[in-house]
Design a protein. Structure first.
Length: 283
């Protein structure tokens, strides 16, 4: 029988990672679904007993979210409106049972092009904190996920936290997802957007799209085009060209690439109009 480890400290977990190859298990909502056998092969490292990997706290530069925070934890957390999009995404990650078990960092490390948390975290300028027995390092989330099921994790490393800088905790945000049905669905396209305003003018826009390429991406050209724009008619400023230049959607059983590109453009328009309407109503 394969060895099962459930350490209570991060140091003990990192020592196990350094000693031999292990499968890291947290919520297991993706892990077991991708395992063809009746049991996980090899040694298993269960990180759910490590207190350091739970909770949200302040640092000198922003907010630190522990890697083992579940989606339900995220929904319940006291976070500023800039995180509303992340909470909206959390409520659409599978069923409530999945949300209670699945972790935000697991969603990242699974590196699915359709990972619901990715666009939101990209629009929050998130960084991941990695640790091994040799030390710790941080890198932008945009550099960490390198392709479908591929990350920049090194040997003996694990994600221990996600960091959001203070500058990205400002503004209002929204998330929208398109699938074949409302719940328990893998996205055809999804959009997360965060707006910082100066009166009724866009001071900064942060917009990301998922499920329309190998990895979720920020729409840099559109963000620049919206800077300084008035809130009124914001969605109408979104052109297919400004969105599509960042995307590389594929054809699969859920939708073809052309439909995905069109859907992403429409979702961006809806999200921005919803944000603009909410900001005007609150003014």
């Amino acid at each position: 029988m394969a060895a099962y480890h459930r350490p209570e400290t991060l140091e003990a977990a990192l020592d196990l990672l350094a000693a031999a190859p292990v499968t890291i298990a947290a919520g297991c909502t993706d892990l077991f679904a991708a395992t063809p056998a009746r049991a996980l092969p090899g040694e298993v490292l269960d990180i759910t007993g490590i207190a350091e990997l739970r909770g949200i706290g302040r640092t000198d530069t922003g907010l630190r979210i522990g890697a083992a925070m579940t989606w339900s934890d995220v929904v319940r957390a006291d976070l500023p409106p800039a995180f509303d999009m992340l909470k909206q995404a959390a409520r659409e990650v599978g069923s409530v049972q999945i949300q209670n078990a699945g972790t935000m960092a697991g969603n990242i490390c699974n590196a699915s092009p359709a990972a619901d948390g990715m666009p939101c975290l990209l629009a929050l300028d998130a960084e991941v904190e990695l640790a091994s027995s040799a030390g710790r390092r941080r890198m932008p989330l945009a550099d960490f996920v390198t392709g479908p099921r591929k990350t920049a994790l090194g040997k003996g490393e694990m994600v221990i936290a996600v960091h959001v800088p203070d500058a990205a905790t400002r503004g209002q945000s929204r998330f929208e997802k398109l699938g074949a049905r409302k719940y328990l669905v893998i996205s055809i396209a999804m959009v997360a957007a965060r707006l910082e305003l100066d009166g009724e003018t866009v001071e900064r826009a942060s917009i990301a799209v998922g499920s329309c390429g190998p990895v979720a991406v920020r729409l840099g050209a559109l963000e620049v085009a919206l800077t300084g724009a008035p809130l009124a008619g914001l969605g109408a400023r979104v052109t297919p060209e400004l969105v599509a230049r960042h995307l590389s959607p594929i054809d699969d059983i859920r939708a073809d690439g052309g439909y995905r590109a069109q859907a992403a453009t429409e979702l961006v328009r809806r999200v921005l109009d919803s944000l603009a309407g909410g900001c005007e109503a609150a003014a």
